[in-house]
Design a binder for this molecule. Structure first.
Ligand SMILES: [Zn+2]
Length: 370
């Protein structure tokens, strides 16, 4: 990493991590010991479906540790209204809640982060699907009532503990793991763009070599173990490859993106969530497609691109917009995606300034490469 003269070169390096990470089959049984060190009165936040499946197991572990347990369940998206209702439930409880357990794929984790942030209490995350790397990060998202991304929020610190039960994740639909790999595989390449452009990370500092090493290790682990991990997921039983891919996609990628920064791939979610067909695709599936657009903007050569197409195909990730439900994108579709992408703050984290025309051209080139 070199830092050419400029204001960013003066920034200190900043790294932020979850304080404790526990991963393995049956790890939910360790929830109580995590929570016990953080508070006496726990609130379990999840959507209703996750609550039905996991609240009883979580309660058994938490209560066995002498900590009281309440559940606050919600329906639908993580909107400001949803969080206001959860907060009203939480504030009505006596004695007061001092630790939140955020459980779920994306939504329950984000809702729990929002509640913990508003109450100013400790936070334990319990992912029930490996669809993204949110569980260890301080970032969370609000959606509006039409499921459009409304805002990106930040906790004052990363979660106090992340409990990753790989038996639960291996039993979840395989499509979640595919999306999780798609979200994670972009992090190394976004990190390298952000660092190369001498731009700050998500913590407002310079990237540490530690965070960059983890972003690269995540990419390498996913490429080596991704296919085997999907086999394990299809059998419903976690094995060594599955454990490696879960750690790469939740822990390494999470520390990597927060500690290094994001770039084109994540900027494109602004555009891809605005068109109904592509908005319906999982976040990680959108990211996997957008990473290929980023590679074309990086002017990668044909053998490199072929290797990426092969990897995407081996995992079941899309290599063109048809894989996101948009088989014949119109000029208007492409310009909408490009316009909104260019409004994302992370789009500046690239080796050169990018225009809407650059984005449209790269998307068109990708469509024509098949
Ligand atoms: Zn992401």
């Amino acid at each position: 990493m070199t830092h050419p003269p400029g204001t960013e070169a003066q920034l200190p390096a900043i790294l932020s991590l979850p304080a404790l990470y526990i991963q393995g089959p049956g790890a939910i049984s360790r929830l109580g010991e995590c929570v016990m060190s953080l508070g006496r009165h726990a609130l379990f936040v999840s959507d209703r479906d996750v609550g039905k499946r996991f609240a009883a197991q979580a309660a058994a572990s938490v209560e066995a540790s002498g900590v009281s347990f309440h559940a606050a369940l919600f329906d639908g998206d993580v909107t400001r209204n949803t969080v206001a209702m959860l907060l009203a439930d939480a504030r009505a409880l006596q004695p007061a809640i001092d630790v939140v357990i955020a459980a779920g794929g994306g939504k329950g984790i984000d809702a729990g982060k929002a509640v913990a942030s508003a109450l100013g209490v400790a936070l334990v995350t319990l992912p029930t699907a490996a669809s993204n790397d949110g569980p260890g990060s301080r970032v969370f998202l609000f959606y509006d009532e039409q499921h459009r991304l409304e805002s990106v929020e930040r906790l004052p610190r990363n979660p106090d503990a992340v409990v990753v039960d790989t038996s639960i994740l291996a039993a979840a639909p395989v499509s979640f793991l595919i999306a999780g790999i798609g979200d994670a595989i972009a992090k190394r390449w976004e990190a390298e763009q952000c660092i190369g452009a001498n731009r700050p990370n998500l913590l407002g500092g310079r990237a540490t070599l530690t965070a960059l090493s983890l972003a690269r290790a995540s990419d390498e682990t996913l490429r080596v173990h991704g296919v085997a991990a999907l086999r394990a997921a299809r059998s419903g039983r976690p094995d060594a490859s599955f454990e490696a891919v879960i750690e790469a996609s939740i822990l390494m990628a999470g520390i990597g993106f927060e500690g290094c920064g994001l770039s084109v791939a994540h900027s494109m979610t602004r555009g891809l969530t605005a068109l109904p067909p592509t908005a319906a695709a999982a976040h990680g599936v959108q990211i996997a497609y957008a990473l290929l657009v980023q590679f074309l903007l990086e002017e990668r050569d044909a053998p490199f691109m072929r290797a990426q197409f092969d990897f995407h195909a081996s995992i079941g990730l899309p290599t063109r917009l048809a894989g996101l439900g948009l088989p014949n994108p119109s000029a208007a579709d492409l310009s909408t995606i490009a316009r909104l992408t260019c409004q994302a703050p992370h789009i500046a984290n690239f080796s050169r300034p990018l225009s809407e025309a650059d984005l449209v051209d790269a998307m068109r080139r990708l469509e024509s490469m098949h």
